[in-house]
Ligand binder design. Structure first.
Ligand SMILES: Nc1ncnc2c1ncn2[C@@H]1O[C@H](COP(=O)(O)OP(=O)(O)OP(=O)(O)O)[C@@H](O)[C@H]1O
Length: 308
């Protein structure tokens, strides 16, 4: 049985429009969306800004009411159970957010930030809580002392690691990562993505990975769903989507990725090689031989312009 199943999920928002701002029929921001995610799978939800990805995520978190459809988690309908049971279920579904600058409470130190979900669901002694929080910060690559520091004392990448530690505190079944690196500097993005991949494998996490960037999704995900204007227009394995896109919108997305279009690719690679030779930059080495993203070196704006 899939861990998560969405059947014809529709989320609508009321709209005001026209003369005198009269209420007009609600707009379906998510429109009959169906997909399934199996245990241990990383599923990418891709689409342009405003197509309804975050609204879908919020619906899975139990935060939006559904106009139609069902969301089943471990076979149970999240919207048919009592609020109390749903809250308990949410222990198993955790989320990390796009913007590590605004998703961490600036007035709390790292200890309190990471301990918050533990306090909501587990009754730990102070010593047990401290041990768990220290273990988590170390697991995400920060030192144990950092638990006494505040979010502003960390870089963007470190803040995202704190968000990940918080999300992992309850050992969730499903992790929803909503554009987890798009607010980060390009060089830091690769580090955080690599780190997320390690964590996913180590904890055998099931992940819903939301992104507008096909390139990132390609290296993170097993299967991909393409969303366009509230609808899931295409779904398939990474290979299906990249090698045999069928929907026009998917074709456009794939074509817009120069590295994946063979004609443009060879041209770009040639250009990049020249620039590399000239500046000794590893600009065409975005991925290592096993397909993992390696750290990008900083490329100056002049060089970046030359790559376009
Ligand atoms: N609470 C709300 N009330 C009314 N409209 C909303 C609400 N939340 C989202 N919307 C609208 O729903 C649409 C889809 O938004 P959503 O945030 O789900 O898109 P997205 O694909 O995640 O885009 P982004 O990547 O920019 O966050 C947008 O047009 C947005 O303005």
């Amino acid at each position: 049985m899939p861990l998560l199943q969405l059947h014809d999920v529709t989320v609508q928002f009321p709209e005001k429009g026209g003369f005198l701002k009269r209420t007009i029929p609600p707009r379906s921001v998510v429109d009959q969306v169906s997909f399934q995610i199996f245990q241990g799978e990383v599923y990418g939800l891709v689409g342009e800004s405003g197509c309804g990805k975050s609204t879908t995520a919020r619906a899975i978190m139990g935060l939006n009411s559904l106009a139609n459809g069902q969301i089943l988690f471990q076979g149970d309908d999240l919207y048919q159970m009592s609020r109390a049971s749903r809250k308990l279920r949410m222990k198993d579904i955790q989320m990390i957010f796009q913007d590590p600058y605004s998703s961490l409470n600036p007035r709390k130190n790292v200890w309190n930030i990471i301990a918050e979900p533990l306090r909501n669901f587990e009754n730990l002694s102070k010593e047990e809580e401290l041990a768990k929080v220290q273990e988590l910060v170390e697991r995400v690559g920060l030192n144990a002392e950092s638990i006494y520091q505040y979010p502003h004392q960390f870089s963007g990448g470190q803040r995202q690691r704190i968000g990940i530690a918080r999300a992992l505190a309850l050992r969730p079944q499903l992790l929803i990562a909503d554009e987890p690196v798009s607010a980060l500097d390009v060089s830091v993005q690769a580090q955080v993505l690599n780190f997320m991949k390690d964590i996913q494998e180590e904890f055998e996490l099931t992940v819903l990975f939301i992104s507008h960037d096909l390139g990132i999704v390609r290296h993170m995900c097993d299967r991909i769903g393409i969303m366009y204007k509230g609808r899931l227009v295409e779904e398939g394995t990474v290979e299906d989507i990249y090698e045999r896109p069928s929907h026009l919108y998917t074709k456009r997305l794939v074509a817009a990725m120069p590295e994946l279009n063979p004609e443009k690719r060879s041209e770009k690679v040639k250009q990049r090689r020249q620039i590399n030779e000239q500046y000794e930059l590893a600009a065409d080495q975005f991925f290592d031989s096993s397909g993992r993203i390696i750290e990008l070196r900083k490329i100056s704006d002049t060089h970046r312009a030359a790559l376009k």
